[in-house]
Design a protein around this ligand. Structure first.
Ligand code: SF4
Length: 751
């Protein structure tokens, strides 16, 4: 091409990696420039829908604050170093800590973006195994562990979560969720507004129960205010009403359910009258909702983040699915069904219909004695595990795509703790409020330089979908892919030579995966020759090799020739708009992995927590409580460094009901001081009747502009951090999840 010849433009189809909705994008590029991003009209799932966040990918890719190469902090100064020097420094400092203080002295924190990232999904596990530490913390215990725990007890695996069949339902009852803004959460569903409008247009009803009239509530048929943290009382009153009025009808499920009579007894104290004052919902309304739910032709109850991040998060999550079962809506079209993901799902692995179920962890956190769940300790424990001396004290930390300094409770305490570490490594593309404490930062490439497949979210999708996208841009010369970064860390964690090539460890990871599968009873490749299967995966390497294997051994896979028309990665590569594997289908009993082979409606540990819920009926309600909220243009804190997502009205305002504003002398646009047992912040007030009286709201993930961070646009839109107000001394006991909502606060005008 001569210098005067314009470069041709190119179109690439990719899945948006920014949230759970997995929208298809059509990205037009000229050379290394993005000239257009729009929804892919031919995408088999999103059909052209995208939200404003998708446009930020261009800015993210070009963001001058985004780190492009490894950084080393020495003497308080950051300097760029080579990859080899960065890994050599990590080996030099991490290995002695492991040797002197033991494996638990190194902790790991995995942030939410890991689950949107194929490398993170496939290569974090080898790193965690190599570290051999019990100090594993993730964002799951900040937002979703209660749902994973209730699903595990009821159905046998942590991601066996029944998903509302939104496109065929006639009735949706939504608690603690704002899917018009999130586009589904633990429910992968692009264009939830369109889907809810379609439900309403076909004569259906949507009822939203929430302390705030959210965007979803504003679109719904009906919105009910509820006092924060009392969702399980309301749900139990619905259960009570179903039993009292003879409306329990599990229909096709009856032979597959354990514990119905136990539920009847458990629900006895939760009459609509008994919970009315606690919830702020009259008995008449509660009974009407129970009847509507029971008599709707096809209905589903959906509980999400607001229902998880409260003191009874697991009970709330459990009761939502109990209602789905008692009304016969579990596992039927139009109700709540289990997706059948093409790759990586535990509920399609091994022998169908029965399994080991789940057990709470035997290991406990060192300081507070909170249990490990699914191999994770509650993130609220991280600060004290760093600062409390003694055997097993955390002295080093590896963070991967996480910003717990802004997302975990009691951020001031965690920030101080991070400053006390002997050594810290961050795999992250920003110098943010957390990674400023690191000694070495290893930045992954831009999301547009990575291949993508949503291993997790297709397990939670309202349709069965498989969509692989190749990188839009090649990596720069010398830039490591994220899986290579993780594997080189794995080698160091295992005490091996820091210079060992990632490809060598990758061969070991692939070999172990294949060998495990051929030993798995019920696998379509059970008993096959692992060397032969590995040879069939040639010449692929890295995430593509592992993904191809998972697809081929998955429920639609070709089983390496045993099902010749089955799915392979090559088929997905030839389908740039994705492959639609059809609507969700009933899967009980095949989906179950409980020891009994039944749906456990009354798991013993959950039942044991019901008395705590009953006792809470008598608790006095604080005059003002704080809740969080989600904004359409925000998901993770790094998004605040993208101008396209922070321009316009300040999103980090305190929402206050007019009655509370008048009572407390708060004025529109003027700062109010918000004080809790954990701390105090000042935030500008926005007075709105979308809030329930006595409830105020701040969004999460703000509080930028901290010295040492380098996110210039975020610093200009700093906001305040809600996590400074959230105590870290209490959790939902069954899941270890942080309690982020219903925080008692006081308000006062700032002079
Ligand atoms: S809804 Fe989520 S997946 Fe879809 S465009 Fe927006 S951020 Fe991307």
């Amino acid at each position: 091409m001569t210098p005067s010849t314009p470069e041709p433009s190119q179109v690439t189809y990719a899945t948006c990696p920014l949230c759970e909705a997995t929208c298809g994008l059509e990205i037009t590029t000229t050379g290394r420039q993005i000239t257009g991003i729009r929804g892919d009209p031919a995408d088999v799932f999103s059909h052209g829908y995208i939200c404003p966040k998708a446009y930020s990918l261009k800015e993210l890719d070009a963001d001058p604050d985004r780190l492009r190469g490894p950084m080393l902090r020495q003497g308080g100064q950051w300097r760029a170093v080579s990859w080899d020097d960065a890994f050599a420094e990590i080996a030099r400092r991490l290995t002695p800590i492991q040797q002197q203080y033991g494996r638990d002295a190194v902790a790991v924190y995995l942030g939410n973006p890991n689950v949107h990232n194929l490398s993170g999904q496939l290569y974090n596990t080898p790193l965690l195994r190599a570290l051999g530490t019990r100090n594993i913390y993730t964002a799951s215990t900040l937002d979703q562990m209660p749902k994973q725990v209730s699903a595990g007890y009821m159905f046998g695996t942590m991601l066996s979560i029944p998903i509302p069949d939104v496109d065929r339902a006639d009735y949706l009852l939504i608690l603690g969720a704002n899917p018009l803004v999130s586009n589904g959460s633990l429910m992968t569903a692009p264009d939830m507004r369109g889907r809810i409008r379609a439900l309403l247009a076909r004569g259906g009803r949507v009822v939203v129960v929430d302390p705030r009239r959210t965007r979803t509530a504003a679109e719904a048929s009906e919105h009910l205010f509820i006092h924060p943290g009392t969702d399980p009382h309301f749900l139990f009153a619905l259960v009570h009403t179903l039993f009292a009025e003879g409306l329990v009808n599990p229909a096709h499920l009856t032979e597959h359910l354990n514990g119905i009579e136990e539920l009847r007894a458990l629900a006895a104290p939760f009459t609509p009258e008994a919970v009315a004052a606690t919830c702020g919902i009259t008995p008449d309304v509660t009974r009407r909702i129970a009847r509507e739910l029971a008599t709707a032709p096809r209905a589903a109850v959906y509980t999400r983040i607001g229902a998880c991040t409260q003191q009874f998060g697991t009970l709330t999550s459990w009761l939502g699915d109990v209602l789905n079962a008692l009304t016969g809506n579990l596992d039927r079209p139009g109700g709540a069904l289990f997706p059948r993901a093409a790759a990586g799902a535990r509920n399609t692995s091994g022998l169908p219909g029965t399994g080991k179920g789940i057990r709470p962890g035997f290991k406990k956190s060192r300081v507070r004695g909170l249990p490990q769940i699914y191999g994770e300790l509650p993130t609220v424990c991280l600060a004290e595990e760093i600062t409390t001396p003694g055997d097993g004290q955390v002295r080093a930390l590896i963070t991967i795509a996480g910003n717990p300094a802004l997302s975990a409770p009691n951020g001031d305490r965690l920030n101080a703790a991070l400053g006390q570490l002997d050594f810290m490594v961050s795999v992250d593309c920003y110098l943010n409020e957390t990674t400023r404490h690191a000694d070495v930062i290893l930045p992954p490439p831009s999301p547009l330089q990575r291949a993508h497949y949503d291993l997790a979210f297709y397990q939670l999708s309202i349709r069965n979908i498989a969509h692989y996208s190749p990188p839009v841009f090649p990596r720069e010369s010398g830039q490591l892919d994220e899986w290579e970064i993780l594997l080189r860390l794995t080698a160091i964690a295992a005490g091996q030579d820091a210079t060992i090539p990632a490809a060598v460890i990758d061969d070991m990871v692939a070999s172990q995966l294949v060998q495990r599968e051929v030993r798995t009873a019920g696998s379509p490749v059970e008993g096959r020759d692992s060397a032969e299967l590995l040879a069939a995966l040639q010449p692929r390497r890295g995430p593509e090799r592992l993904l191809d294997f998972l697809l081929r051994t998955g429920p639609y896979g070709d089983a390496f020739g045993a099902r010749p028309d089955g799915l392979t990665l090559a088929q997905l590569e030839a389908a740039p708009h994705g492959i639609d594997l059809g609507p969700l289908q009933p899967r009980i009993p095949e989906v179950l992995r409980t020891p009994s082979g039944k749906v456990e409606l009354a798991p013993p540990l959950i039942v044991a927590d019901v008395e705590r819920l009953r006792a809470a009926l008598d608790h006095p309600r604080p005059p003002v409580v704080l809740i969080g909220r989600r904004d359409l243009r925000s998901n993770n804190s790094w998004m605040h460094n993208l101008h396209v997502l922070v321009k316009g009205d300040d999103p980090c305002v305190l929402l206050v009901h007019p009655q509370d504003a008048a009572r407390l002398n708060l004025a529109e646009g003027v700062a109010a001081r918000v004080t809790s047992a954990a701390g105090s912040v000042a935030a500008p007030v926005h007075i709105t009747d979308e809030m329930m009286p006595g409830v105020v709201s701040l969004p999460h993930g703000w509080g930028h502009g901290v010295p040492g961070s380098q996110m210039r646009i975020a610093a200009e839109h700093a906001g305040v951090s809600i996590n400074r107000l959230i105590p870290d001394d209490a959790v939902d006991p069954l899941s270890g999840n942080a309690i982020l909502n219903a925080i008692p606060v006081t308000l006062a005008p700032v002079k």
